[in-house]
Design a protein around this ligand. Sequence first.
Ligand code: LER
Ligand code: MN
Length: 273
Amino acid sequence: MKLSVAVQTPEVNRAVPVALLAGTFEERLGKARRLGLDGLELMAADPARLDAAAIRAALEQAGLEAAAIGSGAVAYCTGLTLLHADGDVAAQASSRLDDLIEFAARVGAPLVTIGSFRGWLSSVGAGGRERLAGVLRCAARLGRERGVRLALEPPNRYESDIVNTAEQGLAFVAEVDQPALGLLLDTYHVNIEERSWTEPFRRLMSADKLWHVHLGDNNRLPPGQGLIDFPAIVATLSELGYTRFLSAELLALPDPDTAARQTLEYMRSILEV
Ligand code: LER
Ligand code: MN
């Protein structure tokens, strides 16, 4: 299993609460390299404003993979969501998803995450589920052409009202029916919505749809500082042969560098068992 942390990209002009590592983008890369991370999850808000080739080169020079392109900063910084009461805003969000996919392809990231960026079914009413499925179907087709997968994340009920659990995620992925669409589980959301620490991971692994994992304890602090049974989750993933990224997406407390360091120290201690 590979370790990464979420960082915001240079065009993001406000601090994303769950992005780690402080300083300029170059300084963040240096810190990630010194921590011995395998990769970084890039949280971009407007990738059209980024120099993807330069970011790819900087990552390569630092010996880091692009673990994923996160979409959380789009919703947080711009208010764009795929489901939105205003059809123009929803259309802009779909187009931003295409931009994230193109950026992932150019930077060499394997997937784009879709968490709270999907928005709320209750904001659009009847037909919203089919509309979201349609948007993701088109995006997954573009992703397939570009060699980029989409990972739909079941967030907790306070962040979205569509697809909150692993089982609901599998049902939705089946409806969309595109090979480039899979799922990601975030331990912080698992803690709120699921009935077992390990079964959701087992279920998605057996469906070959667990493509990414976000780490955060129940209080969204670094793993090991709350109640979640990370040793059990890691043991299950290890047993099932999960080799992809475990990516810290958690509150930058007490500061963004300490949270990253503590996450790494704890995760290494249980991955080595
Ligand atoms: C938000 O809580 C989250 O987990 C993200 O990955 C983004 O949408
Ligand atoms: Mn997440």
